[in-house]
Ligand binder design. Structure first.
Ligand code: 2RA
Length: 329
């Protein structure tokens, strides 16, 4: 399969190449795509060298699938042009996620919505993906009423400039600021822009995307998203109120048996999910599973995942794998 990666030189684009190779996706030809500035740059993929081309050039090369992670404006401009050329686009930006005509997909949750008509498929926000993977089996068994989530998000979610700011601050080096404040030895309760309702766009993404992916607007979600000085992945403290009661051990067994989830939950041995352990992995890690003793039918969880992998690159590749398996590309 001819596969284009649009944004191939960025953090997520690079991760997409790694995941495509690691999961042995049937790539017969890779088309790395980036802006004019990176045109001609050589990318190494599975021992072969490929030259970066522009989006316009990539369309003429007619890839079967194009994985986009190049920002919302590039997706808005080029995803329709790729789709019109018969190329299936899987877009990691937020450009198409809430478009009612576009599918927003986490394969383990709603992969069955994909059809031949889907030429632009949206990859959800990283902090949403890891949460809905866990919500899905719980919702099916106990019916979720309300979710309260607080996130602890890695600087890699912002990009290279933020990683550089953290490392510069840690090493006492002056450098460019990706954030309005110091991030090392600090936390910033602000991800993306503030909305009129006092939430940030990141928090609204978690709320709106969750309802779309779960295709259930009755689930009430509230979120507080926070940036913290770590690299390996996003962590989330999640409180879930159900319609029906549950047994905690049954919850633990249900999650352990669910696709894409690894339960790490043995506090007696100090075993719980941490970004340093999730880094580079494709699964969603769940621990600190316990009943919320302040309210009936309510559960507390701690969810960790590598935001560049399952939160972005791996989920996009898994969508491509599903399309391939269904014969839709
Ligand atoms: C972040 N989820 O972590 C957003 C975008 N990747 O910054």
């Amino acid at each position: 399969m001819k596969v284009a990666v649009v944004g191939a030189t960025g953090l997520v684009g690079t991760e997409m190449l790694t995941v495509l190779a690691e999961r042995n996706f049937p790539v017969t030809e890779l088309i790395p795509v980036a802006s004019e500035r990176s045109k001609g740059k050589e990318i190494d993929f599975k021992g072969k060298k490929y030259k970066v081309v522009t989006p316009q050039e990539a369309i003429l090369l007619k890839p079967d699938v194009a994985l986009f992670s190049a920002g919302g404006s590039t997706s808005t401009e080029f995803a329709p042009l790729f789709a019109e050329a018969g190329i299936t686009v899987i877009d990691n930006s937020s450009a198409w996620r809430m478009d009612p005509s576009k599918k927003l997909v986490v394969p383990e949750v709603n992969g069955d919505v994909l059809t031949n008509d889907d030429k632009i498929i949206a990859n959800p926000n990283c902090s949403t993906i890891q949460m809905v993977v866990v919500m899905k089996p719980l919702h099916e068994k106990y019916k979720i009423k309300r979710v309260v989530v607080s996130t602890y998000q890695s600087v890699t979610g912002t990009g290279v400039k933020a990683v550089d700011q953290l490392m510069n601050e840690r090493n006492g080096v002056e450098g460019e600021m990706a954030y309005p404040y110091q991030i090392d030895l600090n936390v910033i309760p602000h991800i993306d822009v503030f909305q009129d309702n006092g939430y940030t766009k990141e928090e609204m993404k978690m709320i709106q995307e969750t309802n779309k992916i779960m295709s259930d607007d009755s689930i009430r979600v509230t979120a507080t998203t926070v940036r913290i000085p770590v690299m390996g992945g996003h962590s989330e403290s999640v409180n879930i109120e159900f319609e029906n009661d549950f047994d905690v051990n049954e919850v633990r067994e249900l999650l352990a048996a669910s696709e894409g989830i690894i339960v790490v939950d043995n506090p007696a041995n100090l075993e719980y999910p941490m970004p340093k352990d999730a880094h580079g992995k494709d699964e969603v890690f769940v621990g600190r599973i316990r009943r919320d003793e302040s309210q009936d039918k309510t559960l507390n969880l701690w969810i960790v995942a590598d935001n560049l992998r399952k939160g972005a690159a791996t989920n996009a590749v898994q969508i491509a794998e599903l399309l391939n398996k269904k014969g839709l590309v």
